[in-house]
Design a protein around this ligand. Structure first.
Ligand SMILES: Nc1ncnc2c1ncn2[C@@H]1O[C@H](COP(=O)(O)OP(=O)(O)OP(=O)(O)O)[C@@H](O)[C@H]1O
Ligand SMILES: [Mg+2]
Length: 229
């Protein structure tokens, strides 16, 4: 479904990604693990088209989207939940979710959204800014799912979130996979969360993929060594 080949991305003269390759199948969830500053956000921004790709390619199915603008990638079924969530604090929960539907034909929130995130149904009339961090993260994911994407990019969804809510988010992601044909790419530093949701785990270090493993074969100590400073 998603094929990333030899991706090089730079900030001005300074290259941050030095040839990233990976792919992900339909209905598969892939975790990209890595410490702070290793290139996770740079990778996600280049996949959604916020950062230009210097060389390499990105394919969705058989379509080459390497040089597409962000809105075209969204139209082709990619949704992105940025690090830090970026919800609209003054809009209600319901209005926040509807911003994800701006360009869709029917502006109705799919029913399964509230089924996946019951807390958002309870809070649908509250302002986004009055939600807890964990609830805002669920809102950001719900907004991305409102467009019924084929590929969901989640950049560090558990950052700064308490363990019980991390479990809720893992549960919701696993529900989404049962309900929809969706490929999920998630960046993470929390190994237990990655093991709860991902079929395969990659480790990114210094802008390079340095390790790949299937969930069932994961050597947890080996990955923890990459994640600790
Ligand atoms: N706007 C920018 N200009 C120049 N360099 C940048 C910029 N943003 C990130 N970098 C550099 O690119 C590298 C990768 O950063 P990136 O934000 O992708 O890491 P990350 O894995 O997402 O880290 P974190 O876990 O802290 O979010 C770092 O060396 C960082 O300093
Ligand atoms: Mg980041």
């Amino acid at each position: 479904m998603l094929r990333v080949k030899d991706l090089h991305v730079a900030y001005g003269q300074s290259e941050a990604l030095h040839g990233i390759s990976f792919s992900s199948a339909k209905k598969e969830t892939v975790a990209i693990m890595g410490r702070n500053g290793m290139g996770k956000t740079t990778l996600f921004k280049s996949l959604i088209g916020i950062l230009p790709i210097k060389s390499g390619s990105v394919h969705v199915g058989d379509q080459d989207i390497t040089h597409d603008e962000s809105f075209r990638r969204v139209a082709k079924g990619i949704a992105y939940v940025p690090q830090g969530r970026m919800i609209f604090p003054l809009l209600t929960v319901e209005e926040n979710i509807k911003t994800g539907l701006e360009n869709s034909k029917n502006k109705i929130i799919p029913e399964d959204i509230y089924a996946m995130f019951p807390v958002l149904w309870e809070m649908r009339r509250r302002k986004g800014g009055n939600l807890s961090g964990g609830q805002q993260q669920q809102l950001a994911i719900a907004r991305a799912l409102a467009t019924d994407p084929r590929i969901l990019l989640l950049d560090e969804p558990t950052e700064g979130i308490q363990p019980s809510i991390i479990k809720d988010i893992a549960h919701a992601l696993n529900e989404i996979r049962k309900l929809r044909d969706i490929t999920i790419i998630v960046s993470e530093q929390v190994l237990s969360f990655a093991l709860d949701v991902a079929d395969r785990l990659f480790v990114i270090e210094g802008g390079r993929m340095v390790h790949e493993t299937a969930r069932q074969d994961t050597d947890q100590d080996h990955i923890k060594a990459y994640l600790s400073v």
